[in-house]
Design a protein around this ligand. Structure first.
Ligand code: UD1
Ligand code: UDP
Length: 363
């Protein structure tokens, strides 16, 4: 079986790593197409060094741009790759512009598409990611869902026949990398003790592209009673500079983006995690670290239902209250994201081949 995996952004390198391992074990041929959406060494190369992901066979080096320009350039490059060497499957992950371009290019060429992390919905169409994941799901031939909620979302949209619940590959990768992450020196380097600090990440357009929202969130983080380690996404760094925000002199400790192992170590030992990231909310849940989500809603509703995640949007008082609260669950959360072998289940589904188009669903 020949698979072309389309990746482009940080979380996709992480999600794809266990699937690459499972494809290699199954003696399948995987070629990675890196769109180049993320290109800084600490947003891309470091994950290929730390995790078992093959070196990309193709790097389109698209870089940053408006949604239309970026996606259009990707579409053209992916189409050329599909013409040059047609695979049995195109594999796309998550909800970025690289996901959208991979799915659209393959759909137009009639190449079967498998979408990993299918069925997630925020029900907020102002998020660029919501548009990307809806289009990817409705063009894909195989919808590989992490949760029962995702399966239900797809059933509601008439896509049940193509949906399979396989679990979450981010859980696979976390479990497989915990031992390697234990060697991280990052806390020593920062002079921090376990559980003496909070960890924050911020990068959503909603949170960081609006100067008032960004200032409100950073101001609240700066007021917390513990130091707050914030590895700065390049988008957020650019906005802080462009908006000429005040210098924060309280609890905030801004650092460059960190690799996956340092991030896993920082997450594991944090007293609280505050984030607008999708992946980081789940990672906090699996590590049993209380999470405060800096968004108006979440796709990962199970984490909220189980009491391990609180949604506070960008309201400074709610952010501080949730982060300082002590009434978090004490019992381990139920495992709702698969058995830690999602990648193996994904490869078994790919080996079965795509369903004939349009069978059993309403699209
Ligand atoms: C993208 C995804 C988002 C995902 C996030 C993961 C889309 C629409 N958004 O958001 O869903 O959660 O990745 O991190 O696909 N930049 C750099 N260096 C880089 C990459 C980006 O400087 O290596 C800067 C550029 O100024 C760029 C900005 O960050 O304009 C935004 O990058 P972009 O890839 O468009 O979106 P993200 O915010 O990273
Ligand atoms: N991550 C990382 N270094 C960082 C910040 C995040 O390795 O400095 C990892 C994080 O542990 C998770 C993934 O990147 O596995 C999440 O990516 P991001 O928050 O950029 O995107 P999202 O999940 O919101 O799409």
């Amino acid at each position: 079986m020949k698979v072309l995996t389309v990746l482009g952004a940080r979380p996709q390198f992480i999600k794809a790593a266990p699937v690459s391992v499972a494809l290699a074990v199954g003696d399948h041929e995987e070629r990675i197409l890196h769109t180049g959406q993320h290109y800084d060494a600490d947003m891309s190369d470091i994950f290929f060094q730390e995790l078992p992901i093959p070196v990309p066979a193709i790097n389109l080096e698209i870089g940053s741009g408006t949604h239309g320009a970026q996606t259009a350039r990707m579409l053209e490059g992916i189409e050329q790759a599909l013409i040059a060497e047609p695979p049995d499957w195109v594999l796309v992950y998550g909800d970025t512009n690289s996901t959208l371009a991979g799915a659209l290019a393959a759909a137009k060429m009639g190449v079967p598409i498998a979408h990993v992390e299918a069925g997630l919905r925020s029900f907020n169409r102002e998020m660029p990611e919501e548009i990307n994941r809806i289009v990817a799901d409705h063009t894909a031939d195989l919808l590989l869902c992490p949760t029962a909620v995702a399966m239900q979302n797809l059933a509601t949209e008439g896509l049940a026949a193509r949906s399979r619940q396989v679990g979450d590959t981010m859980l696979d990768v976390q479990r497989s990398q915990l031992a390697a992450a234990a060697h991280s020196q990052i806390l020593d380097a920062m002079g921090l003790e376990p559980k003496s600090y909070c960890l924050a990440t911020l990068h959503r357009a909603y949170t960081v592209d609006d100067p008032d929202r960004l200032a409100a969130v950073l101001g609240a983080l700066d007021r917390l009673s513990k130091p707050v380690v914030l590895p700065l996404h390049p988008r957020t760094k650019a906005r802080i500079e462009a908006f000429d925000l005040p210098v924060f002199t309280g609890s905030l400790r801004l650092v460059d983006p960190v690799g996956y192992h340092d991030m896993l170590y920082l997450e594991s030992h944090a007293a609280r995690i505050l984030t607008d990231s999708g992946g980081v909310q789940k990672e906090a849940y699996w590590l049993e670290v209380p999470c405060v989500t800096l968004r108006p809603e979440t796709e990962w509703v199970e984490t909220v239902e189980q009491g391990w995640n609180r949604i506070v949007d960008v309201d400074p008082e709610k952010i501080v209250a949730a982060a300082e609260a002590e009434d978090w669950p004490t019992r381990p959360p139920p495992m709702l994201y698969g058995d830690g072998a999602a990648a193996d289940h994904i490869v078994r589904e790919l080996e079965r081949g795509p369903e004939p188009h349009g069978v059993g669903d309403s699209t």
